[in-house]
Design a protein around this ligand. Sequence first.
Ligand code: SF4
Length: 294
Amino acid sequence: MKTAFELQTYKSAVKPTWCPGCGDFALLNALQKAIHALQLEPWNVVIVSGIGCSSNLPHFLSTYGFHGLHGRAVPVASGIKLANPDLHVIIAGGDGDGYGIGLGHTLHAMRRNLDVTYLVMNNQIYGLTTGQASPTSEKGMKTKSTPIAGVIENPIDPIALAIASGATYVARGFSGDVKQLADLVQKAIEHKGFSLIDCLSPCVTYNKVNTYDFFRERVYSLEKEGHDPSDMKAAFARAIEWPVVQHERIPLGLFWQAKGVPTYEDLEPALAKGAPAKQSLGLEDPEELLKHFL
Ligand code: SF4
């Protein structure tokens, strides 16, 4: 009989170093709850990150992890998934990492519908480098890098961008609601195809505008308002409610899901014979292997 994994199984001995109250705690908590609910084998889960406060996350789970370079989590995750599609590959990072430096990689992984889950802890600021404007900082917001006129650019709209780019599961969660977040993460991992969760994750130290209270006054549930996530037009209409076009109400929940769309792994001929990582090279003898490469 298969042994059930305890929640504790997924927690590592390394304790987070985030500031007390940081929104990233909630996402970590939600992710642990989700993989526990799914009873994923820890050795078949890989968490990949780039650089930033939130990118420290792989250290706090007792799964496999890869803490890489700034903005390069997606290519590393793509390589892992293509080498062994049987793994659950989860990317975790911040808005600067995923929507700024790594945005090109993010968009291409979406259009390929690679079967990975991307969790973006969006705090609308660069926290690790002590408070510069990020790609999702609100227009007019004064930061260390925009001290006089504030931010003069429009923020990225990650939800609309993801729907338009081919992601097949697109949702937004909030660190103030771990239960909903864990549910969204669980469904994202279960989804076959590229899943993005934009998590509103307040930086309590450097972003004094987009606080827990700011969000609590504005968020509402898409599900409670009867939104149909299989309706792309309706998903776009909800997506643009925040942060670019309107600013009063912020939708939470599942915006868009397309089921049954082939993934990149389904279509890639090189994977027809199964996971490359599990195939024999016919070079198990170390001497032979050496000769092969010399
Ligand atoms: Fe979290 Fe901000 Fe502290 Fe970084 S600086 S750990 S994002 S609260």
